[in-house]
Write a new protein. Structure first.
Length: 231
């Protein structure tokens, strides 16, 4: 009876997704709001990447709230798993309880981690020109931290360094927002700095700087969360 019920549920989901796939048609024109943003972001902000322009300028205060939520998640995980983490840190690095990784895994991580870091920096710094930005680059930084933990189970993340770096990036992020209020038209208004030449690396006002601060903050927070969940 239970197997028949599960089969019926799977069949219904399959029918639902098949109906969506068959009836899907690509939208040929943008909605009015989206079309206005497509025109406004390059003209007012000088950023070819419309999504980054919206997230870091027009929705800058919302983005600050999202980062604050991520910080509260990191703090909550630290409170829940803090005791187990401190006990783990107290175990010597060469303890027999920690199974060492193979030489192949360690060497692979040593080669990949610098490449991941460079790729994260590229994604963050080019977020105003192409797909990417602070959130995406911060997630890539956290993936590098996860690689280190998988390849080196005895590796201890410096939470103090990550905490200070995250806090400093957060303070500078808020100060950049206040500077937008003073020197431009609103909180995190990227026009506080010259827009520069459209499509150039140094362009789009303060968006690249804001993106770097956001990437560092997100990367540190996700890195701490990943390390806290390590057994």
């Amino acid at each position: 009876m239970r197997r028949a019920f599960n089969t019926l549920v799977v069949a219904l989901f399959a029918l639902l997704f098949a109906t969506i796939a068959v009836t899907y048609t690509e939208q040929q024109t943008l909605p009015q709001l989206a079309a206005s943003y497509v025109k406004l972001v390059p003209q007012e902000l000088g950023a070819p990447n419309v999504i980054t322009g919206i997230l870091l300028t027009y929705r800058g205060f919302d983005t600050l709230g999202e980062v604050a939520v991520l910080f509260m998640v990191a703090a909550g995980v630290g409170l829940v798993l803090g005791d187990s983490t401190r006990r783990r840190d107290a175990v010597p690095a060469k303890s027999e309880a920690i199974v060492p990784s193979t030489e192949l895994v360690r060497n692979g991580a040593a080669i990949l981690f610098p490449l991941i870091s460079i790729f994260a920096a590229y994604i963050i710094m080019n977020g105003h020109l192409s797909a990417g930005g602070g959130f995406q680059g911060g997630a890539i930084i956290a993936s590098g931290v996860m690689l280190l933990l998988v390849a080196n189970p005895e590796y201890l993340v410096d939470h103090d360094f990550l905490g200070v770096t995250e806090s400093l990036a957060g303070v500078l992020y808020v100060l950049a927002g206040i500077a937008g209020l003073i020197f431009a038209g609103g909180f995190l208004d990227s026009r506080m700095l010259p827009l520069g030449q459209f499509g150039a690396f140094f362009s789009a006002g303060a968006i690249p700087i804001i993106s770097v601060l956001l990437g560092v903050k997100v990367g540190c927070e996700l890195g701490v969360i990943i390390d806290r969940f390590r057994g």
